[in-house]
Design a protein around this ligand. Structure first.
Ligand code: HEM
Length: 407
């Protein structure tokens, strides 16, 4: 019995082979590409080029070439893209691990390089395997809220994504034709360097193995996707925010950070103490909550869509349009961008910038109530921002100051 992994005979599973690897590879081809695209959209949704406060990866340079003004339609856009990103990422874990298992003998194949081209391919494989594991690990740790990784999640996951996807794209260009040919021509028992020269007796067929992987993915999907659907939230066993019961009544929907966690003192949000400071072209106005309630109020049905992938159904928000507040300080026609500051004392999203198209949207509100009742402290009382299609972190709670003007 071969003792060294560098010997092909060391790898004894009869399940390995080109057919299994091709099937897993093609599933990942679609899945990883969709993950990369939805991830890039997640970064774009921050409007990072609008203001440094929105940009957690300022050193991106040319990698920001694709950025665009994030739209406000459809209002569920970010709920969809980030829900897909996180749920698909978790669902693909068994496929990724099975694919790595199916090709692991190749990583030990000798000689390490038969030619320059072969050496380059092997280096890209290391970037592919390392980058893939890195992206999945940082992603899962991020959504599990116990982000233990050294260094900020954003630049690590963002740069990791580009390195991984570049290696993945090179690998896909090299391997997809063969994989498609394999599936068209191959029978399951075809052999190549992945097939064991001295296999053990089979305990499961290749299709059986694929079924196990599919079953694992289905289980992870079924215990994650519920975080985006009210009636299914209890099924989201692996989603930290999924199961937590948000309570009942008008404020009975998910939150990320509580008022206590954000360091909001009830004394500063009371009718006497709190004033919204709005600054713009014609100067500054200070408004109490009572004065805000005297302004024209509008409603909008909008979800909260968190960057961690969970989301609520549409909630019925009511408040003052951001564009009407801009008009109070000299922007009657085309409202400009706005810089939003919260009473929040810590946390990287106590300030945020919104682009003019977001300010101009009639559904973009400084919300004072939701589902027919005043905002609760945890939902941002006395007032919070709610904008269609924006990531939850840009819908600032406990708003203290709005500064309108080109940022
Ligand atoms: C289990 C797998 C994964 C999970 C759970 C995951 C999770 C996340 C989360 C939660 C975010 C948003 C973070 C935030 O804005 O606070 C994110 C952003 C992103 N993800 Fe993933 N991800 C996974 C895999 C991947 C993979 C495989 C790729 C690349 C192919 C990728 C590319 C990106 C990119 C480019 C961003 C934007 C980063 C930024 O906003 O700075 N992700 N991911």
């Amino acid at each position: 019995m071969a003792r060294s992994p560098f010997s092909p005979a060391f790898w004894r599973s009869p399940v390995r082979g080109p057919w299994l690897t091709s099937v897993l590879g093609l599933v990942l081809l679609g899945g990883i590409t969709l993950l990369f695209v939805t991830g890039l959209l997640s970064y774009a949704a921050y409007n990072p080029d609008l203001s440094p406060v929105n940009d957690k990866t300022p050193g991106k340079g040319l990698l920001g070439f694709y950025l665009f003004a994030w739209p406000t339609d459809p209002h569920w856009l970010y709920r969809l893209t980030q829900g897909v990103h996180v749920t698909l990422g978790i669902t693909l874990i068994p496929v990724l691990l099975a694919k790595l298992w199916s090709v692991v003998p190749k990583l030990f194949a000798l000689p390490p390089a038969r030619s320059v081209a072969h050496a380059l391919e092997r280096i890209s494989l290391l970037l592919l395997v390392g980058g893939g594991l890195f992206e999945f690990v940082t992603g899962v740790l991020n959504v599990q809220l116990d982000y233990l990784f050294p260094g900020s999640f954003y630049p690590l996951h963002f740069y990791g994504a580009w390195i991984f996807f570049a290696a993945f794209a090179a690998h896909a260009v090299l391997k997809t034709p063969a994989a498609l040919r394999n599936l068209r021509q191959l029978r399951e028992e075809e052999r190549d360097e992945l097939t064991s020269p001295a296999p053990d007796a089979p305990t499961v067929s290749r299709r059986g193995a694929l079924g196990l992987v599919g079953g694992g993915s289905l289980l992870l999907f079924a215990t994650t996707v519920g975080q985006d659907f009210d009636g299914l939230r209890w099924t989201a066993l692996f989603a930290p925010h999924g199961r937590r019961d948000p309570g009942t009544g008008p404020g009975g929907f998910q939150i990320n950070k509580t008022a206590a966690y954000a360091g909001i003192h009830p004394a500063e949000t009371g009718e006497e103490a709190w004033r919204l400071v709005v600054t713009g072209r014609t100067g500054t106005v200070r408004l109490s909550r009572a004065e805000l309630l005297q302004l024209p109020l509008h409603s909008a049905a909008l979800p909260i869509a968190c960057v961690e992938g969970w989301s609520t159904s549409d909630q019925w928000w009511r408040g003052v349009r951001l564009r009407d507040l801009a008009a109070l300080v000299g922007y009657d026609a085309d409202p400009p961008d706005v810089f939003v500051q919260s009473l929040q004392r810590h946390g990287s999203f106590r300030r945020a910038a919104l682009r003019a198209n977001q300010v101009a949207d009639p559904r973009s509100l400084l919300a004072l109530s939701v589902n027919g009742a005043d905002l609760t402290p945890d939902h941002g009382h006395p007032a919070r921002i709610i904008v269609p299609a924006a990531p939850g972190v840009l819908n600032t709670k406990w708003v203290a100051r709005l500064t309108f003007g080109d940022l």
